[in-house]
Write a protein that binds this ligand. Structure first.
Ligand SMILES: Nc1ncnc2c1ncn2[C@@H]1O[C@H](COP(=O)(O)OP(=O)(O)OP(=O)(O)O)[C@@H](O)[C@H]1O
Ligand SMILES: [Mg+2]
Length: 501
């Protein structure tokens, strides 16, 4: 790609003459802060969005794809940062969509399902091909997107943050597969904020900064610190300072919560634990161990079959989500499906929930929202949480992934609630922003909030948590002290290597 210029209407200069060279058979990492232009550049290559000027050549020929179908046909495929799946379709239906094997005029259903199942097991993707896309966790959705590309047999695979919520085991399995793809002659472009992974996987690294190419690095003998500096332009610490916790009263209490859920076995089995004011409890576990059901039980999307949930001493088990939100701040793991209004303005997402509880949005009339107050509130939020947005009246979906996350985090912090539920709060954030979010979480803790942090990133759990609970098969399998235990030990409890009361 040579001197690519992209200006989003009306006048957002996303790419200022960016060039990118990808060699055949390499794994090329594309890194940069939130909003640097990584997804934009790859969406252009993939034919998803038009660009203003510049040229693209592929295998020596000048090309310009006007649709993703054209790009796929030429041999370039992409897995998006925000998923593009049809919820009511099964895994195999989503996989073959647009490239269905036919028997005469009709879709050859059994052949299609068969081929998808074979591919999934060949690449050890561990997906139930008959499950509906709506029922999948984020990690499973990521795997399904990858499966779609493998099915189409492309030569160049673009992966926009494929590991954002995978567990360490799933990530290393995926990397093994990606390396195998490289050995078989495929070319990979890999966008990631996880610098350890970039260093582990890539052959070369292009660093972008504010719509420009800042550097192209060979991945040999560069350190994580140097990489972060090239990206952010300053030194980034990968730890945060915090004082020891001073737990106060009991804020959240679960007493024997059980949940059935679809399929055999209980999703939550006799779940009992408490979170106290002024502490961060980290919940570690392999994806699918009951985290999803726990979050749903806490937020009121699912009323527990048995057991009770207390928030600040009040039994909330039977309460609906709206009532709970008066005391509950919540960062959902998939911001596209929950907690945002993608096609509405940034203001709309910023004021959600505040619109019910925050009097300052009403201006002079108590029962009406004042557009001016809402705008001012959003501007304040954007400034406090370093949201990179040119105009808050543009659609929420026009924000880069990381900036969307910052709006949601800012909104929830500003609710000032006693209990803070954080489900993968730094998914898709760059190293500098992660540091900022971690500080915010600690600040909330220090001002007395009880925080429950669910994360697939054990480094994050160890950096933030005052206590660690390991969830396994819907139960609390162990309680660990982050000061005296190790990531490896936590991993062993997650996998059930040893059991502990
Ligand atoms: N549809 C759009 N309309 C207007 N501006 C947009 C649109 N899409 C992206 N932008 C802007 O273009 C810039 C680059 O965004 P892009 O999504 O490419 O960043 P990114 O590097 O992928 O960031 P992240 O790491 O957060 O995913 C950002 O400032 C973003 O706000
Ligand atoms: Mg992006």
């Amino acid at each position: 790609m040579n001197n690519i210029v992209k200006v989003y209407p009306p006048a957002v200069p996303a790419l200022k003459q960016v060039s990118l060279d990808i060699a055949e058979g390499e794994i090329h990492a594309l890194i940069g802060e939130n909003g640097a232009g990584k997804s934009t550049l790859m969406n252009i290559l993939y034919g998803l969005i038009p660009f203003n000027s510049g040229t693209i050549s592929f295998k020596g020929e000048n090309v310009r794809f006007h649709s993703p179908q054209a790009a796929v046909k030429a041999g370039i495929g992409m897995v998006h940062q925000e998923f593009m799946l049809i919820d009511s379709f099964t895994v195999w239906e989503n996989t073959v969509l647009g490239a269905e094997p036919r028997k005469g005029l009709f879709l050859d259903r059994s052949a299609a399902r068969e081929r998808v199942a074979r591919l999934a097991s060949e690449y050890k993707l561990n997906l139930d091909v008959d499950a509906s896309a709506a029922s999948l966790s984020v990690a499973a959705r990521q795997k399904l997107e990858i499966l779609k590309l493998l099915y189409r047999d492309v030569q160049v695979l673009i992966l926009d943050e494929p590991t954002a919520v995978l567990t360490p085991q799933e990530t290393s399995e995926l990397f093994r597969r990606l390396r195998a793809l490289r050995e078989s002659g495929k070319t990979l472009v890999f966008i990631s904020h996880k610098l350890n992974e970039v260093l582990a996987l890539s052959d070369r690294i292009t660093v972008m900064r504010r719509g420009e190419r800042a550097a192209v690095l060979e991945n040999s003998r560069i350190s994580k610190t140097e990489l972060a500096r090239a990206m952010v332009g300053r030194n980034v610490m990968f730890t945060v300072d915090k004082k020891p916790a001073e737990p106060g009263r009991e804020v959240l209490k679960l007493a024997g919560v059980c949940e059935g859920g679809p399929g055999p076995g209980l999703k939550l089995e006799d779940m009992s634990f408490s979170v106290w004011a002024g502490e961060i409890v980290g919940l570690a576990g392999i994806e699918g161990s009951g985290q999803l059901e726990l979050v749903q039980a806490l937020t009121g999307f699912l009323s527990p079959g048995r057991g009770r949930i207390y928030l600040s001493g009040r039994d909330i088990s039977g309460e609906d989500t709206i009532r709970r939100r008066e005391h509950l701040s919540y960062i959902p793991q998939d911001r596209k499906r929950m907690g945002s209004a993608q096609s509405r303005s940034i203001v709309s997402t910023a004021i959600m929930t505040h619109h019910r509880f925050n009097k300052r949005l009403s201006g002079r009339f108590p029962f009406l929202l004042s557009p001016r107050c809402c705008r001012e509130f959003t501007a304040e939020l954007a400034a406090a949480f370093q949201v990179l947005a040119s105009d808050t009246s543009t659609s929420f979906s026009s924000l880069s992934g990381g900036n969307q996350q910052k709006v949601i985090i800012g909104r929830e912090v500003m609710l000032n609630n006693d209990f803070f539920l954080l489900d993968q709060p730094t998914r898709g954030l760059d190293a500098g922003s992660i540091e900022a979010v971690w500080r915010e979480i600690i600040k909330r803790r220090d001002s007395g909030a009880a925080c429950l942090l669910i994360s697939s990133d054990l480094d994050e759990i160890f950096a933030l948590a005052d206590r660690i609970l390991v969830i396994r098969r819907g139960r609390i399998a162990a309680e660990l002290d982050p000061h005296t235990s190790s990531v490896e030990e936590a991993g062993e409890y997650m996998l059930g290597v040893h059991e502990k009361a």
